[in-house]
Design a binder for this molecule. Structure first.
Ligand code: C5P
Length: 219
């Protein structure tokens, strides 16, 4: 079993980009669990199902063929033969993803999927990021981190990624999504034994170094 580095945090905390870079530097695998929830939301919509229709969302799991690309230069996400890497980042998916993520059967299904992917990791370790990794998916991971940043900084960083989006509007979207997601899992406070890395005052490089420092210290 590879060493699991579990990283949780709110929307726009920089978890994905930081986790990906940390994994690259350590020669570890990387698992973006939010991408799977987003891909399921995409699959639900592509199947003509309303994201609010929990029973149909659960039925759609049977045909949800989720795959992660093997291209070492990037992290690509596929549903069946369709490359959905770009489509799942669309604000239209961000707006509805919490509706599918709150369905208990969806969470059970995806948690099993994540555990299978973690166990199959051929590299010596895997960085897994999301909302419930430190508490539910891998509570026994040797390294568990909560990556946070102030709401203002998170909104500013995310709006810089989404060209043409006003910071205030992006901040509203993040707040709304965090509120919805917090009803299902608590990722705003560190659970027992989880180390908090607050990146409010840190740039990207400093955040990556801070996370690697925690990993070195813990192992
Ligand atoms: O991390 P990202 O913002 O891409 O996650 C998209 C959505 O997936 C979250 O807003 C949340 O609804 C869901 N999610 C989750 N549990 C995780 C990761 C993501 O419920 N571990």
């Amino acid at each position: 079993m590879p060493v699991v580095v579990a990283i949780d945090g709110p929307a726009g905390s920089g978890k994905s980009s930081v986790s990906k870079e940390v994994a690259k530097r350590l020669g570890f695998g990387f698992l973006d669990t939010g991408a799977a929830y987003r891909a399921l939301a995409w699959h639900v919509q592509a199947s003509g199902i309303e994201t609010d229709d929990a029973a149909s969302v659960v039925s759609s799991l049977a045909s949800f063929d989720y795959r992660i690309g093997t291209d070492p230069t990037g992290y690509s996400v596929h549903v069946g033969d369709v490359d959905v890497t770009a489509a799942i980042r669309d604000p239209a998916i961000s707006a509805v993803v919490s509706r599918v993520a709150r369905v208990p059967e969806v969470r059970t299904h995806l948690i099993e999927l994540f555990r299978g992917l973690m166990a199959a990791e051929p590299r010596p370790g895997v960085v897994v990021e999301g909302r419930d990794i430190t508490t539910v998916v891998a509570p026994d991971a040797p390294v568990r981190i909560l990556l946070t940043a102030s709401p203002e900084v998170r909104a500013a960083r995310r709006s810089a990624e989404l060209v043409g989006s006003a910071t205030a509007a992006v901040g509203d979207e993040l707040r709304r999504r965090d509120e919805a997601d917090s009803k299902v899992v608590d990722f705003m406070t560190a659970a027992d034994g989880v180390t908090t890395v607050d990146s409010t005052e840190l740039d990207f490089e400093q955040t990556v170094e801070a996370v690697i420092e925690v990993i070195r210290f813990t192992q």
